[in-house]
Design a protein around this ligand. Structure first.
Ligand code: FAD
Length: 323
């Protein structure tokens, strides 16, 4: 019998998160012949839209329509999943803020293994799943064996699996709302506070010149400004730059910043932490300038320049100006 793998689909304003199809790819890597079931929760028209979209990629889509689920409150979703998932389930969810909130507690309640931030699967040895994770901001990979005989809750790092666009599942939407059980929680949803939009909206830009801690000093930001100007780009940054108050929060790329989808992404003095890369979607052409050959950003860059950015960037700007 084919293995059954469950995933949880997050969505916003009627648009499924990229992880919805990344988890299809991850599940197929885990069990190539798996039967895939997506759990989609919510209330109203968006829920139906997402369910029918997911049916193209999943053999089954479990729809749970309940006003308590209008907002994805991890405490409520934990209760729901405990009520509906079979014992010993393999359950995948993105290693995003929601997944990190949901998963540890869920694994305890389900009495299963918990695997956070998986970046790859290397097959099974008996009941042991070989999982690749990263340590020290991606400078080292760890290969771990995890006993999944009693099931597992697995967080999959966003962006590491190419979304499975085959849409060949021809699946069915199954209404499981009646099985949801009692869903009250002590944590209550109050309101969504939209992030402040600063002087620029980096989420809409095609070309970003992004600076990290390697810029070294606030006064050096002007070399990135000058490069951005000649490239018709906008300057964005990693979190340490915002923490230092050198640029506004609205310019921060990453899991706790903005999600950007540029065509070209220049990463200047950025190491390439998963929190930073998690904010870059749509497979842009990444050009990385870093003086450390082993910086993880080079693993995702199309063009890598091993150089001191304080020397390289002004020279590049001059060359572009010369035409
Ligand atoms: P570093 O990791 O310090 O890298 C600096 C790089 O610059 C190094 O690779 C170095 O070799 C290079 N360098 C230094 N000098 C030069 C030079 N002169 N020329 C060329 N290269 C040079 N981070 C984000 O960016 N966005 C987020 O949204 C985010 N959210 C987070 C959420 C949580 C819950 C946590 C715990 C962390 C988060 N972080 C986020 C922080 C993240 O873990 C990293 O610490 C951060 O991304 C590192 O930023 P960086 O690459 O600029 O700095």
């Amino acid at each position: 019998m084919a293995e059954q793998v469950f995933t949880y689909i997050t969505y916003k304003e009627g648009i499924a998160d990229d992880s919805a199809l990344e988890l299809v790819a991850a599940a197929k890597k885990l069990y190539p012949d798996a039967s895939l079931t997506a759990v989609v929760t919510g209330s109203g028209a968006d829920l139906d839209k997402i369910c029918s979209e997911m049916a193209a990629s999943y053999q089954e889509v479990w729809k749970i329509d309940n006003p308590e689920l209008a907002y994805p409150n991890a405490e409520v979703i934990q209760k729901l999943l405990v009520n509906i998932l079979p014992k010993d389930s393999i359950f995948l969810v993105s290693h995003n803020t929601f997944g990190m909130d949901l998963s540890p507690g869920l694994s305890i309640k389900m009495e299963t293994a918990f695997i956070p931030d998986a970046v790859d699967f290397e097959g099974l040895e008996g009941n042991n799943l070989k999982v690749v994770r990263q340590e020290y901001s991606g400078m080292a990979s760890t290969h771990v064996l995890c006993d999944i005989s009693a099931g597992a809750v697995i967080n999959v790092r966003p962006g590491v699996f190419q979304p499975d666009e085959s849409k060949s599942a021809g699946g069915a939407v199954v209404d499981k709302s009646a099985d949801a059980g009692e869903l009250s929680a002590s944590r209550r949803f109050l309101e969504i506070v939209e992030a402040e939009v600063g002087d620029v909206d980096i989420t809409k830009e095609d070309v970003l010149v992004s600076i990290g801690r390697g810029i070294e000093d606030e006064d050096n930001i002007e070399i990135a400004d000058e490069l951005a100007e000649v490239m018709g780009a906008v300057v964005s940054c990693s979190r340490p730059i915002v923490d230092a108050k050198w640029l506004e929060k609205s310019r921060q790329v990453g899991t706790s910043g903005q999600t950007v989808k540029p065509k070209v992404y220049m990463a200047l003095g950025i190491s390439g932490s998963f929190q930073h890369l998690g904010g870059i979607k749509g497979s842009p052409f990444i050009v990385a300038v870093n003086k450390n050959l082993k910086a993880p950003i080079f693993q995702v860059a199309e063009v890598g320049v091993v150089a001191d950015l304080l020397e390289f960037v002004p020279e590049l700007t001059d060359k572009i100006k010369e035409g």
